[in-house]
Write a protein that binds this ligand. Sequence first.
Ligand SMILES: [Zn+2]
Length: 310
Amino acid sequence: MTTLIYTHDACLEHKPGAGHPESPERLKAVLRALRTPEFDGAEWREAPMGTREQVLMIHTEDFVTDVEDASPHRGTMPLDGGDTVMSPGSLEAVMRCVGAACAGVDAVMDKEAHNVFCATRPCGHHAEPNKAMGFCIYNQAAIAGAYAYDVHKLERVAVVDFDVHHGNGTQAAFYDRPELFYASSHQSHFYPGTGSEAETGVSHNIVNVPLPRGCDSALFREQIAAKMLPAIRAFNPELLIISAGFDAHHLDPLAGLNLQDDDFDWVTRELLKIADETCEGRVVSILEGGYSLEGLASATAIHVKALMDH
Ligand SMILES: [Zn+2]
């Protein structure tokens, strides 16, 4: 069994505008890093279109209709004040994100692959059931979790998020659903403002690990090992989904944590160990943030290499 990498050229056609940090250049940098001989062992697949039915597993019908109606024929259309905008290619891009995430779930559940990486954009974890925000339109990681529950009839699905921002959207979608677990490490007192340790969900199915500005490798590993890994093990997931953001990297221009490439290798391998113990190694990892092209490319490559080595 192998690692599958899903991507699609349509994900380069979401164009939020000149100077926007969530640019097509991000995915180009990731693809350049992954299309090297080191990754020859992975199998590439074109991301299918997601379906409206999949999107509605997390998002409200009114919101989905609003997004579809906002999709512009030219220029850009803001969805939340200006951070999150749609261009003519955005709707297909986000439907490819959703399709990749759900196809990734199918592939690991059907044992076509050991694990999956979705090299797709835009990111999704800030998108709430009825709201686009923080560069995110639909929440593909949350949708993948709900899809695994609804379609594959899993009873416990975990999303683990090491993006430097708190995934308020995934937390909001999972808060009252004990079968869906969300754990996040993120910079505290930072966008979007949620993610305190006091936000625990309906059944301790939400675990937040806020980290101070300047957090280095040693503190990151200590906090993850003490607070996040035991909680995931205790939840005993049947599928582990990773919201893989790389903006906690020390090179990232938007955030203030100080992680090195090796930390992304370490956290990936720790999560794979848990997946081996609880769910035969089933992992679907989905690209979230990361705004230093150099840091994003190197950390993503290390993350995917860890998935492949496993
Ligand atoms: Zn982020």
